[in-house]
Design a protein around this ligand. Structure first.
Ligand code: ZN
Length: 286
């Protein structure tokens, strides 16, 4: 298993990341984008704005780049619900990091901390956080991946709900997939191919962690989970199982969705799509 938290050393959190597990040992997309009729901007800078955040841990006001809603056109959605947009990848900007104290979370979870969580973050993260290096006009994939990992470490330290950790794992996998797709458009050098291979492995590990987390969360948390209803989470788990080659598990979830009165036709359609993909990979393996 590779160290999923590599890259955090620059924040002074290298030691911490070596020791922690995402979930306790055995014993959680709606990026609905209104499609605008206006011409779609094509550069990343054009769709970004600086949003001011107030850090719930240290009180610092800071600016973080965010994507203007409605400025990016949704092209498609992967079977694990990852939205794919035209020209830019807004998913890179979803992890918000306080540059002063190291508190990080996905945008949707950023404001919400209890007093206990604040002190846990202060003593475990802020105490060793070395500061965030300044970034340019846009975030590189590497910067985005590192920020997501920092959000994951924070979620573990603050003992967040399992679903939140699972959701950050999923979103980290999505940013890594974005990087892979980006690299795939470049020239095919052996260096490039090697980088893609390593990233694919890393993506799969985050998918596996997301799968484990949602599987556990579904047993002990109420819906909606990370703003997803039960049939959406079931669909997600089915696809995460497929992506990690747990086909029987995936089939069980898909059958459940297809017979359920609670799943709408859109979800059922996606379930059939996943079923077809699975049949394809099974026939390839024969
Ligand atoms: Zn702070």
């Amino acid at each position: 298993m590779t160290n999923l938290f590599k890259g955090l050393e620059e924040f002074g959190l290298g030691n911490l990341s070596k020791k922690i597990e995402i979930y306790e040992e055995k014993n959680e997309t709606d990026t609905k984008q209104s499609l605008l009729k206006k011409p779609v901007p094509i550069t990343e800078e054009e769709v970004l704005f600086e949003k001011t955040f107030n850090c719930p841990v240290c009180g610092n006001d800071f600016k973080s780049k965010m994507v203007k809603s409605g400025k990016v056109k949704l092209l498609t959605q992967d079977t694990d619900l990852r939205p794919v947009f035209q020209h830019v990848d807004p998913l890179k900007y979803d992890a918000v990091v306080c540059p002063r104290c190291g508190y990080a979370a996905l945008n949707r979870f950023f404001k919400y901390l209890t007093d206990t969580q604040i002190s846990l973050i202060k003593s475990t993260i802020s105490a060793s956080f070395k500061g965030l290096s300044g970034s340019g006009d846009t975030l590189s994939y590497d910067e985005a991946i590192t920020r997501h990992k920092l959000a994951l470490v924070n979620s573990i330290v603050k003992k967040s709900k399992t679903s939140e950790r699972a959701y950050i794992c999923l979103k980290t996998a999505w940013v890594i997939r974005g990087k892979i797709e980006n690299l795939s458009t470049e020239e095919e050098t052996s260096e490039n191919q090697m980088a893609i291979k390593n990233l694919q492995k890393e993506e799969e590990e985050f998918i596996q962690k997301a799968y484990e987390g949602f599987n556990e969360a579904i047993l002990k948390e109420a819906f909606p989970m990370c703003r997803m209803d039960e049939s959406t989470v079931s669909l997600l788990i089915a696809d995460l199982a497929r992506r990690t080659h747990k086909y029987e598990e995936a089939s069980r979830w898909l059958s459940k969705i297809l017979v359920s009165r609670n799943s709408n036709e859109r979800i059922k359609e996606k379930a059939r799509e996943i079923k077809d993909l699975m049949r394809e990979s099974l026939s390839k393996n024969e």
